[in-house]
Design a binder for this molecule. Structure first.
Ligand code: SF4
Ligand code: SF4
Length: 228
């Protein structure tokens, strides 16, 4: 599946998610930015779309802002969700994840509490869904079933980007922009960057037994998307 097709598939995945989440009453809205931290992670597939959007809308100065903040602390994942699912399934030692602290600061993309790339924001931002406004309690109040659905979507997005990589939003956007937003075509074990991690196929799903029946129709919608 070429990059253009994968981007179309990603948009379909986002549509299926939006259709699912609209049935939940949430406190989240476009101008709510309490969860917009510098710790957001995503796949290279999502990053291509963001860079394209910035170019199309003459907003490349946002990338300069990311570069200016590149030495600031942020969460840099060591393992993707699909690799973690394999690790648990095979009873392998679980790697210690990198540090993460929401008080390290806001997402460098955020402007006056508004996300300027809202239409193309990564799935991690789309899937931060809270029943109550987070800043009142300091944490998101997420339905456990929504968490399972979020993990399913994360696994599927990584799955359709298996030759790509994942990482912190800042690291990925800087890396791809410096490489002219060219498609990453790494070999299966090749590591392209010390702060980016290789994606893996979804071999095992992380859905807990109590959610497996309820999640089936969503799972079927995802797997009906034409991948060619
Ligand atoms: S998760 Fe919390 S901070 Fe983020 S948009 Fe929703 S209510 Fe706002
Ligand atoms: S990309 Fe947008 S929605 Fe996501 S954390 Fe940054 S400002 Fe917030």
């Amino acid at each position: 599946m070429n990059l253009e097709r994968r981007k179309e598939v990603l948009n379909k995945i986002y549509q299926i998610y939006d259709d699912f989440i609209k049935d939940y009453e949430l406190a989240c809205k476009k101008s709510c930015s309490g969860c917009c931290t510098r710790n957001v992670t995503m796949t290279s597939l999502e990053a291509y779309g963001i860079i394209e959007y910035l170019r199309k809308n003459n907003r490349l100065e946002i990338i300069d802002r990311l570069k200016a903040e590149k030495d600031k602390k942020r969460f840099q994942p060591k393992v993707t969700i699909n690799r973690l699912a394999d690790i648990y399934a095979n009873d392998e030692p679980v790697p210690v994840e990198g540090d993460s602290d929401p008080f390290w600061g806001s997402c460098p993309i955020l402007e006056n509490d508004i996300c300027p790339i809202y239409e193309v924001r990564p799935f991690e931002c789309r899937s931060m869904c809270s029943k109550e406004y987070c800043e009142e309690d300091g944490f998101a109040d997420m339905d456990p079933f929504v968490l399972s659905v979020n993990n399913l979507f994360k696994q599927y997005i990584e799955h359709i980007d298996i030759f790509g990589v994942s990482g912190n939003l800042t690291d990925l956007i800087i890396y791809l922009e410096e490489n002219d937003n060219k498609e990453i075509l790494r070999g299966s074990e090749e590591v392209i960057h010390p702060r980016l991690i290789n994606n893996h196929p979804a071999k095992v799903l992380t859905v807990p037994p109590e959610h497996q029946d309820k999640i089936k129709p969503i799972y079927e919608k995802l797997f009906k998307i034409e991948l060619k």
